[in-house]
Design a protein around this ligand. Sequence first.
Ligand SMILES: C[S@@+](CC[C@H](N)C(=O)[O-])C[C@H]1O[C@@H](n2cnc3c(N)ncnc32)[C@H](O)[C@@H]1O
Length: 505
Amino acid sequence: MTTSEWGNQLYFGDNLPILRERIADESVDLIYLDPPFNSNADYNILFRETGGQQSAAQITAFEDTWHWDVGSELAYRDVVSNAPGKLPELLQAMRSFLGQNDMMAYLTMMSQRIVELYRVLKNTGSIYLHCDPTASHYLKLLMDSVFGAASFRTEIIWQRSLGFKRKSAKKFPQKNDIILFYAKSLDNLVFKTQYRPHKPEYIKRFKKDSDGRLYRDDVNPTGGGRRVIYLDETEGEIIDSLWTDIPPLNPVARERLGYPTQKPEALLDRIINVSSNEGDVVLDPFCGCGTSIVAAERLNRRWIGIDITHLAVTLMRHRLQDAFKGELKPYAVIGQPQDLESARALALESEHDGRYQFEWWALGLVDARPAQERKKGADSGVDGYINFFDDNSGKAKRVVAQVKSGRVNRGQIATLRGDMERERAEIGLFITLNPPTGPMESEAAAAGFYTPEHYPDSGYPRVQILTIEELLNGKRAEYPRLAPEATFRQAPRRRRAAGAQSRFA
Ligand SMILES: C[S@@+](CC[C@H](N)C(=O)[O-])C[C@H]1O[C@@H](n2cnc3c(N)ncnc32)[C@H](O)[C@@H]1O
């Protein structure tokens, strides 16, 4: 595919089939992956509350706990039977060492994906695997077996925590993540050394000459003897494997969107600047709230992002829009239902796995955010919210939304009206896969209209029934859109890099 035919791609779904079916051999220049880790933690996501503060309400975005199950056994057999090179032997050895535990399940799932990532990477390309010391030693072996030990370039230590650490149980407090950097081959590898400004201690070692230039006498490392170095002729301090100069996102950082594993854009800027050129293709198969794709877009790279939750895909769409506004290059969202049939399939799938994918996706169609933490099977009424402003009080007003994928009846509209009252919402949306009945429409009409105080000539139906089919055909929820969207935390506006790259990463 030529550069002019290319469109950036945001995929919803499991990255394994997407890599296998949609991404061509040797088509990617740089891969960054930050897979969910085996930490036995659920990743919760925070949203902005009506007044703009962070909500205490959390929702489980995905669970990163791996368990050895039938799926792991099948994945294991797949790798042992089909993976190239030494990986089958390595995985068998790991299984005899680890047994059938959660770590083994995680490593098996990673093995399948590393094989595909190797296949899609160009010969000049690089891959950065972000992990932590709990599994980095095992992952390095997997990477060695697929990419070859000679292709290992650097173990980058990223200091991800700046603060004071509490005493932890008989071990040193963990302050860093590990990023394993591998090349596919060393021939024509893209690697552009980056620099940071010199430290004051280094600059202090220079003296002023008669013209006021800073210089120092130094031993010539190549030919013996001495040489003179002028400070203004040095490029800065070379970035080495210890990255202590990229702070983590603090809880109030403007960049922070509330996605718990969100990485700082500066980290991705560095990786992209070192290991790719403008126009290159950057792939992030576990892209979360899209840090790598925002950095790639800003640095004029092409990109492919993949994530398995509709929530992440919705967040990324908002982030890209907020960050680049009209300058955003067109991109395709692939894998989300585009028609009624695939919406039904997603609803059925969600019913079986007890997760909220259908609900998240349907809420995404009206740009609503999901409501608070949900327990499996519990029907807490309101599924999502939209905040809007229609006056200067600084206080957001609220739309509440319910999503239904099953049979619907008039009583549910009455319940929605009750929920609206309880939540002090101006407008209620009833989003349904199946068409509403006549009595439902009458019940909705009986709720009347919402008229903002300052816009007495406008009116918005208080209860709106929206079918998935109508939403797929472009229908929108009606509520005052007079001020910037207030529902999602807004990503700060980003300026696209103007051609040449900065020397400083
Ligand atoms: C650690 S987070 C990535 C965070 C990201 N680097 C950022 O800055 O936002 C891992 C992501 O992988 C996604 N994920 C987990 N399993 C996946 C799979 N099989 N395919 C695609 N995405 C997956 C999760 O939904 C989650 O968003």
